[in-house]
Structure formats: C-alpha cells, structure tokens
Design a protein. Structure first.
Length: 246
C-alpha cells in the first residue's frame, strides 16, 4: 500500500463513546515520523488534552509493514536541517506532551516499531502487539544516539542489562521477547490487533473520564516518589475526586 501525497500524515477518528483513534498515515515510508507528521501529532495531542469528554485514545499505524519505522532520516541534513529538526523537537516536545497527558493511551503495534516509533509506543499506557512485531532502538547502527529519550524510556521498562544490549547493538526484539521483558502487555495475531485494542478502549470508555485521568496521573506521579509520599499523593487525589475539586 502507498500513500497519496494529498493524504494527511495523521488521520484522527472519534467514536461516540469518546474514544479517539490516531492513525499514523505514511504507509509507503512505514509511517516514519517526518516534520509534517510531527506537526499533526502535536495538534492531535493538544486536542486529546483539551477534550474533557474524551475517554481514551488508540494510536496505530496504517499499511501492512509496521507501526512506525521511527524518524524519517531522509529529512536529516536536508531542508529542514538536522539542527532545525531538533529545534522543532524542543519547541514541540511530543514526548513531553505525551508524558503529561492524563488521557489513557493504547498503542496497537504491528510490524516495525523502531526508534521514535518505539518511543511513541512507550509513552502509551497499554501496548498490544502482533506476533510478527519487532522492536528496536537502531540509532547506533546509523552513526548517532537517540536524542529524544529513547535510551531513557527503554531503561524504564527493561532491566538495565537488557536496555544496554538493545541500545548498544541495535538488535531488535521479537514480540515474544518484548512481552517476556515487559515491554508490551499482550501478543495477538494480526487479525485480532485492532479488535483487541478497541475492546480495551471500550472497557475504559465506560468508566468516568475524570476517574481514569486521576488514576493515570496518580500512577505516573507516584512512580517517582518514595512509597509514603506516593500514598499521601494518592489520598489527596482521591479526596479531590470525591469532593469534585479535581
């Protein structure tokens, strides 16, 4: 499958239950993230942040080859320049926005999840992948290292030694290896990927949006705190929720 140049690099859909689906839409480039897609993702994340009626979001890739092959390296050293590309990352920090987003996010992964594509999935709360998926931080094989957090995100999901092996060799993990290592939550067949992702999203959509946002925020903020402080923060969140001051 190839994409028409007139097609948007990101497709946004919304169900009546408030579930958004963001479709990375550059199938001929294995949904590699170029500047245009980055701009569209930034606007989409702002939409998810500001829509108080949103209940959940699924992120997936179009085409048969993969979720995302990472950053579009064909833009490196061209217009915009590598410097401009990295400046754009700083001005529109997608990963920073995702890390603060309180809406539950589900990554539906098939095929390649490399580099920035893997990073994108790791900023989601739930990751479902097909049995043929592959996961890699390949930057060293291209002569550089990640600059948007790739080495740091994998080290938060994998044992330090496994993160080192993955980062230093660029060697991909299979879906089964990724599941065993704790990088993904479920492995399904290709035909089941979107159905399973939608089932999880549907379950989440039946709960109160403010409760789900509070739950995600509590888990994420508490992860970096000592247990006692995290428990106190949880109590505060629960109190605010019960009094309607969330």
């Amino acid at each position: 499958m190839t994409s028409n140049s007139d097609e948007p690099p990101l497709i946004i859909e919304r169900s009546e239950s408030g579930v958004y689906t963001l479709v990375l839409n550059r199938p001929d480039k294995i949904n590699s993230v170029n500047m245009a897609m980055r701009d569209e993702l930034w606007q989409a994340l702002q939409l998810l942040r500001d829509d108080s009626t949103a209940t959940c979001a699924i992120i997936r890739g179009s085409g048969s080859r993969g979720f995302s092959a990472g950053a579009d390296i064909s833009e490196f050293g061209t217009a915009p320049s590598l410097y401009e590309s990295r400046e754009a990352r700083l001005n529109r920090d997608l990963w920073g926005m995702m890390s603060k987003l309180e809406l539950p996010l589900i990554a539906a992964i098939h095929g390649y999840a490399y580099g920035a594509g893997l990073e994108l999935s790791l900023y989601c709360d739930i990751r479902i992948a097909t049995s043929g998926s592959q996961f890699s931080i390949p930057e060293v094989s291209l002569g550089y290292i990640p600059s948007a957090g790739g080495s740091q995100t994998i080290s938060r999901y994998l044992r330090r030694s496994d993160a080192a092996l993955m980062g230093l060799t660029g060697r991909p993990l299979t879906a089964i290896q990724a599941y065993s290592a704790g990088l993904i939550h479920e492995v399904v067949e290709d035909s089941e990927l979107y159905q399973r992702s939608e089932q999880i999203a549907d379950t989440i959509s039946h709960y109160k949006p403010e409760v789900m946002r509070a739950m995600k925020a509590t888990i994420n903020r508490g992860a970096d705190l000592p247990l006692k402080e995290a428990a106190q923060m949880e109590q505060l969140q629960a109190s605010m929720l019960s009094t309607g001051s969330q």
